[in-house]
Every structure is written in structure tokens, then in C-alpha cells.
Design a protein around this ligand. Structure first.
Ligand code: PLP
Length: 415
């Protein structure tokens, strides 16, 4: 993107832009929500538990209290989903973000099993934040007063040389956020080398923790998905079994507002986390676990179901790439990711233009995630990154919205 600005016919661009404005568009590409059609795929889940039929296969009355982790069969299925054993798994409510939030709150209040003292008693606690990244991760850190240090993402994960140097030298660095598969928003999947080095790197802090948010583990857009190494096993093999907390959920598998979430970690971590969790709740929602069990049955059921999501999502991701390629390719004014899975496309403008592009798109009726949202504290020092979320709008709306975005990029680049 360092080449000089291309000659752009500003008058015709402006005419296109004014044409969009005249259409009074109202399109929204802000949040990674499943579309109604994706949710429809799981409607059957609403019928598999009823007033006549709420007893699990092992005889458990799913309506009542009982079992911190809920149904044993659900624990077994989601342990398999997370590729851990049930003794390494905690079942949550409908949100993995809530589990991440609570896990960090516990570290701040009480420390982890390896902490010399609770994090709130430390002068400073910092987290490494691969950027661009997930705004809600950053919001948790901001709420808890955890200082955020951005680290650049490469194609195979965060810049691991930088990560190693930072954790080795600075004892205030207590943790790190990772979306290891189909990263939000760049779409990268961490390579085996990055996984191994994260697991093995020496850290100045004795209680360094990796928040491994594997939100998009089975959310492929291709038939040949990249493989991600099991981080808990990598940490064990490297002699740091306590280093990772792994998170997952069915929010983008079943129903985004009514999925089930899970946390996996070493048994030593888990023994403390479970005791703390038992004070928080008597147990999880077993009726919802039963819905999931009856609807999906097993991992094959989940894989088959996800093919329906791929069929709905792929044309939208293809459309984003097709419009951006048609309008912007080869001009040195923008680059964008071509994800093999997940929910986002990451668009980079020339430095200093992202906010302007978002404002122009909004003027023409297309709402985008605010520029800067993908960076800690909402501040993109280069003002280049925009997160695009094509899942919710219809295919026709995605095509239309992307044309507006492309013209906004062209206009912003021509001034
Ligand atoms: N983690 C990532 C990386 C996400 O992109 C999202 C939602 O967009 C979530 C977590 C939220 O997950 P949940 O619904 O399980 O809280």
C-alpha cells in the first residue's frame, strides 16, 4: 500500500456515492450475529424438550437442580468438542464471554493457583492483545483495570518473537488473549509452531495465563479446514499445564442467545475454579443441555449441522471478496483478509483513513463497526483497520453494502 495514490475519477465516484445516498439504504455490517436463516437451522432444538419429555437418558430430571456441570452426557459431548477429558471441563451458561469475564475476575480477586497474590494486589497487571482483535476481550481488560499491550498478528498467529520477548522481560505481563482459529477479525489460524512456542516460552510472571478463546473451532468456510493443535496438551507437553484456559460455545452452532458454553483447563486449575464456581451457581441449565444432546446427538451431528451454516455463510464471504476485488484490487489503497472460516473480514485502508471510510459508509446508509474497535482502548494508532461482519444481512444486502464500503474507500483515498 506504499505506492502512490491512483488517479481516481472523483466526479464519477461522488455521483455513485450520491446515488447510494438517494436510495436511503439502511444496512448493518457491525456485529457477528448469525442470520435468521442460520438460526432456523436449529429450530428443531426448540421441539425436542417438552412438557411431556424432559428426562435425560440417564434418568435425570432436567428441570431440577443437580450437578454443577449438568448432565453427564452433555459433559461427555462437550469434552469431546473441546478435545479434553470431562475432568478438565467446566460447563457454563449460554455465554463463553461470561466464563472468560468470570475467570479473569477470579484471578483479579483471588489470584490463580500459581499466583503469589491476587492480581488486584499487584502494582500492575498487563495482558498481551493480538491486534486487530476482539473488542469484547479488550472491554473485559478495561473494566478490570488490566493494562493492554498490542501485539501484531501475522498470518500464522501473533508475532511470536515479540510475544516471547515481552513475557520474558516483564513480570507485569500476566496473560494474553488468543482467538486461535479463524481469528476475530483477521481469520488467521495459529500454526503448530506458534502454539508450541506459546506453550513453552519462559515467562517472568509465575502465573502467566493464555485466554484461548476457540469460538470458531468448527466454523469452516472450506472443505479443507486448517488444523489447530490442542493447546492444553501442548502446554502439558511443555511442562506448563496450568498456562491455558480454553473456551468454547455453541453460540454460532445452535442459537446465539441460547447456546451452551464451556471452559477447559488442567485438573489443578479446574479444582480451584470449580470450588469458586460452586459458590456462584447450584448448576447449569440442564434443559438446554438436553436440547443440545437430543438435537445434535454427537460430534458428527455437530459437524453435519455446521455444513448448513457454511452453505449460508460462504456466498456472503465470497461476495465481500468479489466486490472488494472488483472495486479495489491492484490500486494500492486497501488490503483485506480472505478467511477460511469464522465470522469476519478484516479490511485495512491506507493509514489515517479508516474512520473516514466508516463515516462515509454511514452517510450512505451502511453501518460498520467503529474504526478502532479492533484495538485496545478503541484506539487504532494507524487508523487503518475496519472489521466487516457479513453474516447477518442477506446476500443481496452484503453485495450492496460492500459496494458502498468500496466506494467509501475510493472516495477517502482520493482526497
Ligand atoms: N469470542 C469471540 C472471538 C467472538 O467473536 C464472540 C462473538 O462474536 C464470542 C466469543 C462470544 O461468544 P459467546 O456467545 O459464547 O459469549
Amino acid at each position: 500500500m506504499s505506492q502512490s495514490a491512483p488517479t481516481i475519477d472523483r466526479a464519477s465516484l461522488q455521483a455513485r456515492f450520491d446515488g447510494f445516498k438517494a436510495q436511503n439504504l439502511n444496512l448493518n455490517m457491525t456485529r457477528g450475529k448469525p442470520s435468521p436463516q442460520q438460526l432456523d437451522l436449529a429450530n428443531g432444538m426448540l421441539d425436542v424438550v417438552s412438557s411431556e419429555d424432559f428426562t435425560a437418558a440417564d434418568g435425570t430430571d432436567a428441570r431440577n437442580y443437580g450437578g454443577l456441570n449438568g448432565l453427564a452426557a452433555a459433559e461427555a459431548l462437550f469434552a469431546e468438542y473441546m478435545a479434553v477429558s470431562p475432568s478438565e471441563l467446566m460447563m457454563g451458561g449460554n455465554s463463553s464471554l461470561a466464563l472468560m469475564h468470570d475467570t479473569l475476575v477470579r484471578a483479579v480477586l483471588f489470584g490463580t493457583v500459581d499466583s503469589p497474590k491476587p492480581w488486584h494486589k499487584e502494582e500492575k497487571v498487563s495482558f498481551l492483545c493480538p491486534v486487530p482483535g476482539y473488542d469484547r476481550h479488550f472491554a473485559v481488560c478495561e473494566l478490570l483495570g488490566i493494562h493492554m499491550i498490542p501485539v501484531e498478528m501475522n498470518v500464522d498467529g501473533p508475532d511470536i518473537d515479540t510475544v516471547e520477548a515481552l513475557v520474558q522481560d516483564d513480570p507485569s505481563v500476566r496473560g494474553m488473549w488468543c482467538v486461535p482459529k479463524y481469528s476475530n477479525p483477521g481469520g488467521q489460524t495459529y500454526s503448530d509452531e506458534v502454539v508450541n512456542r506459546l506453550a513453552a516460552m519462559p515467562t517472568a510472571a509465575p502465573d502467566f495465563r493464555i485466554m484461548w478463546d476457540n469460538a470458531y473451532a468448527v466454523h469452516h468456510l472450506t472443505d479443507t479446514p486448517p488444523q489447530l493443535k490442542n493447546m492444553l496438551r501442548a502446554c502439558e507437553a511443555a511442562g506448563n499445564p496450568e498456562r491455558v484456559y480454553m473456551f468454547g460455545s455453541t453460540s454460532k452452532i445452535s442459537l446465539a442467545g441460547a447456546g451452551v458454553a464451556m471452559l477447559a483447563a488442567s485438573e489443578r486449575n479446574m479444582s480451584t475454579l470449580r470450588k469458586q464456581r460452586a459458590v456462584q451457581t447450584i448448576g447449569v441449565d440442564k434443559l438446554n443441555q438436553l436440547r443440545h444432546l437430543r438435537f445434535f446427538k454427537d460430534m458428527d451431528g455437530i459437524y453435519t449441522h455446521m455444513k448448513g451454516h457454511t452453505a449460508l455463510l460462504k456466498p456472503k464471504f465470497d461476495a465481500v471478496d468479489a466486490v472488494l476485488t472488483r472495486e479495489l484490487a491492484g490500486q494500492g489503497i486497501a488490503t483485506w483478509s480472505k478467511p477460511q472460516g469464522g465470522y469476519f473480514v478484516s479490511l485495512d485502508t491506507r493509514p489515517g483513513l479508516a474512520k473516514r471510510v466508516v463515516a462515509l459508509a454511514e452517510e450512505a446508509g451502511v453501518k460498520l463497526t467503529p474504526a478502532g474497535a479492533t484495538q485496545p482502548y478503541g484506539d487504532d494508532p494507524e487508523d487503518t483497520n475496519i472489521r466487516l461482519a457479513p453474516s447477518f444481512p442477506s446476500l443481496a444486502e452484503v453485495e450492496q453494502a460492500m459496494e458502498v464500503v468500496a466506494v467509501a474507500v475510493l472516495l477517502a483515498s482520493s482526497t
